[in-house]
Design a protein around this ligand. Sequence first.
Ligand SMILES: [Zn+2]
Ligand SMILES: [Zn+2]
Length: 117
Amino acid sequence: MSAKKQAVLVATGHLACEVCDFDFAGVYGPLGEGFAECHHRVSLSKLAEGHKTKLSELAIVCANCHRMLHRSRPMMSVEELRAVIQERRVQSSPLTRAAPDRPDRLCVFYRLIAAGW
Ligand SMILES: [Zn+2]
Ligand SMILES: [Zn+2]
């Protein structure tokens, strides 16, 4: 296990994605234990040769967020991507998802309540 993962595991007790809080061990159980990806906050191409990476320059991220970070140009910071998904989570909270124009299970459930079930 990398020094970064070890340090985070010791400090927090789990390896949660710094962008979306995804915890592989929480979702996959023993299979996911100790699994996470390490992301260099500073693009490797911008670092001087022989630069010794500090733990603070690394972020623990899940595979999805890691791909999304590298997909953005210029590369988003962990904090920027976190802000993006948090904003979307607010927009798609269960109550707004259950809006009548987007029927889903929850919406059917609400209709049953409204129908007096
Ligand atoms: Zn994530
Ligand atoms: Zn990365």
